[in-house]
Design a protein around this ligand. Structure first.
Ligand SMILES: Nc1ncnc2c1ncn2[C@@H]1O[C@H](COP(=O)(O)OP(=O)(O)OP(=O)(O)O)[C@@H](O)[C@H]1O
Ligand SMILES: [Mg+2]
Length: 382
C-alpha cells in the first residue's frame, strides 16, 4: 500500500498544501521553518491521531483556525481509499476511512504504521525507560493490534485502582486482591507479547547490523569490536518468562507495605525497559553521537523490516536524517532503507543534500519543494 496523495489544511504554517503523485521514495525539501517536519507530522497524525512533537493539538492547528484536516489517498494494489482526520481546538476528532466514519483510534490500527527517525531518536538510548517501552510497544501494537491494546487498557485501569487504594492507606487484602489479580493476569499477557516482540527485534537488528557492517567496510559501525547487547527487563522478576501470572501476583502481595509508603506500584510491566550495553557498560555512555544515531536507526529499521515481513505496509518518516552522520554512514543507512520495501518520506534543506546518500535509487526519488510563505505550499517538481 502506498500513500498516493496527501492534503493538509490549517496544519501549522501550511494553510493548504497538497502533495500528489507520491511514490516509493519521496524527498521533501525547503528552508528552515517552511513546513517539512509538519508534513511528516501530518502523516504521523493519520497513523496514530497524535503528533510526535506536540501534546496539545492547539499548537498544531494553524493560528486563528478552529480545526486542522489531513487527508491521504491510500492505494492498496489499485484499491484507492481516502483516510482522513479532522481535529479541532474544541477537542473534536473525526476519523474517516473509505467514506466511513471510524469510531476510535483503535480502528486505525495496522492501517498505516509509521516509523519515525528524527533528531530526537537518540533518546531511545539516552532517554527514560518510557521511550524504550514506547519503541517496543509500537511493534507489539501493530502486530497484535487490539489484543495488546485491550490488555494494556485493563492493566492501566487496575493499576490506577491499586495506586489509589495504596495512597489512601487502604491495605486490606480483600480490597487490593481483585485489582492485583487483574494486574497479574493482564501483566503476564503484556509481558509475553513484549518478550516475543523483543526477541524478534533483536534478531532483525542483528541482520541490519550485518548489512551496515558490510557497507561500512572494516570499520565497525559502533566503532568497537564488541557488539551491542540488549536485554529485555519486563519490570518485574518473571524468571525469563517462567513465572507468569502467579509470580507477579506474589510480588505484588509482598510489596504492599512498601508500595503504600512510596504511594505507587513499583513493579510490573509499566516499569519495563530495554537495557543496551557494550562490554558490560551502558551503551549510551560508550558510543559517540553518530554511533548512537546509527544504532538507533538500525533498531528502528529492524522493527520496520519485521512489520513488513508480517505483511504490514510501513511508512518510514526520516526527518533530517543526515544530521550528525558522516557520508559513509548516510550511504550505508540509505542503502538499507532503499531495500526495505517501505514507502519513504525524507526531509532535507537543500534538494541535493541526500543525493549521495540515495545513490542507487536517486533517479526514483520524487521531490517536493515546500515554500516558506504565510499560506504554505508544497509543489512537486517536474
Ligand atoms: N500553530 C501554528 N500556526 C501557524 N504556524 C505555525 C504553528 N506552529 C508552528 N508554526 C510555524 O510553522 C512552521 C513549521 O515548521 P516546520 O517545523 O515544519 O519546519 P521545517 O521545514 O521542518 O524547518 P526546519 O528545517 O527548521 O526543521 C514554522 O515556521 C513554525 O514557526
Ligand atoms: Mg524540521
Amino acid at each position: 500500500m502506498l500513500i498516493r496523495e496527501l492534503h493538509l489544511s490549517h496544519f501549522r504554517n501550511l494553510a493548504q498544501a497538497s502533495l500528489e503523485d507520491l511514490d516509493q521514495f519521496n524527498l521533501i525539501h525547503g528552508r528552515n521553518g517552511s513546513g517539512k517536519t509538519s508534513i511528516l507530522e501530518a502523516i504521523h497524525m493519520l497513523s496514530l491521531t497524535r503528533s510526535f512533537r506536540s501534546r496539545q493539538v492547539e499548537s498544531i492547528i494553524q493560528f486563528d483556525s478552529p480545526a486542522l484536516v489531513v487527508r491521504a489517498l491510500l492505494d492498496s494494489g489499485g484499491d484507492r481509499r481516502n483516510l482522513g482526520i479532522q481535529r479541532g481546538k474544541d477537542k473534536s476528532l473525526v476519523l474517516k476511512y473509505g467514506g466511513e466514519r471510524l469510531r476510535s483510534f483503535t480502528d486505525l490500527s495496522g492501517l498505516l504504521p509509521v516509523q519515525l527517525i528524527n533528531p530526537d531518536s537518540f533518546m531511545l538510548l539516552e532517554g527514560a525507560p518510557a521511550v524504550r517501552r514506547q519503541f517496543l510497544d509500537w511493534s507489539v501494537f501493530h502486530v497484535k493490534h487490539l489484543g495488546f491494546y485491550q490488555e494494556w487498557s485493563r492493566y492501566r485501569k487496575a493499576l490506577k485502582q491499586r495506586n489509589a487504594l495504596l495512597r489512601r492507606g487502604k491495605l486490606s487484602p480483600s480490597m487490593l486482591a481483585p485489582w492485583e489479580e487483574e494486574i497479574a493476569l493482564t501483566g503476564a499477557k503484556i509481558t509475553a507479547m513484549r518478550r516475543r516482540q523483543f526477541e524478534l527485534t533483536e534478531k532483525a537488528y542483528q541482520a541490519i547490523s550485518a548489512e551496515l557492517l558490510a557497507s561500512l567496510g572494516d570499520a565497525s559501525f559502533q566503532g568497537h569490536d564488541v557488539s551491542l547487547s540488549m536485554r529485555f527487563s519486563p519490570g518485574w522478576d518473571d524468571r525469563e518468562g517462567e513465572g507468569g501470572e502467579s509470580s507477579l501476583l506474589q510480588i505484588l502481595e509482598q510489596a504492599r507495605e512498601q508500595d503504600a509508603r512510596q504511594g505507587f506500584t513499583r513493579v510490573g510491566p509499566h516499569r519495563a525497559d530495554i537495557r543496551f550495553s557494550m562490554s558490560g557498560l551502558p551503551a549510551q555512555d560508550v558510543l559517540s553521537r553518530g554511533q548512537i544515531k546509527t544504532v538507533v536507526c538500525a533498531l528502528k529499521l529492524a522493527q520496520a523490516k519485521m512489520l513488513i515481513a508480517e505483511g504490514l505496509d510501513v511508512a518510514l518518516l526520516l526527518d533530517d536524517l543526515p544530521a550528525e552522520l558522516d557520508r559513509q554512514r548516510r550511504a550505508a543507512l540509505f542503502s538499507v532503507v532503499s531495500q526495505l520495501g517501505a514507502q519513504v518520506f525524507a526531509t532535507s534543506i537543500d534538494e541535493s543534500d541526500l543525493d549521495e546518500a540515495w545513490f542507487a535509487c536517486a533517479e526514483k526519488v520524487k521531490r517536493f519543494h515546500v515554500e516558506h510563505c504565510c499560506r504554505g505550499n508544497a509543489e512537486a517538481e517536474k
